[in-house]
Unconditional design. Sequence first.
Length: 181
Amino acid sequence: MNLPNALTILRVLMIPFFVAAFLTGGVSDWITLAIFAAAAFTDYLDGAIARKQNIVTDFGKLMDPLADKLMVMSAFICFTSAGILHPAVTIVIMSREFLVTGLRMLATSKGKVIAADIWGKLKTVSQDIAILLILVKSAVGADSGSLFGTAVHLCIWVMTILTLVSAVNYCIKNRDIFDGV
């Protein structure tokens, strides 16, 4: 197994530890933050290594984005269950992920590959930043009405808008895959 794929598997294995740390009251918020930050870093690292060493595998093409989606959705479900995030935001995030995954599957069945574009990358970065900021806010005990709390709230809005723009962009850009459906 190559290193990028091993890092992807590691990221998937980190999910239950992140969820357990988040949901366990006795675990430090800093540990939860560290687990998510490490997972986000493995996403960056596996991509950088795969590009540098030109390592592209079918496993990596499938599992890398799936690992990202699982980690992000786990965080947003945890935040929603804790009352930190409005359920509508989580529904928007999850709906976009399922929609784009469905589009990619349909495209693949027609011999077309839908690669990530700038909007998808901006969406991913904004989601990771929002999650990290929510975790930092919790770790430092910042009040929602504080300047930091307001910045986190603004970041959540930006992330949600970028997620919607990304979904619409993928649908418009790839509308030809609906021909004959």
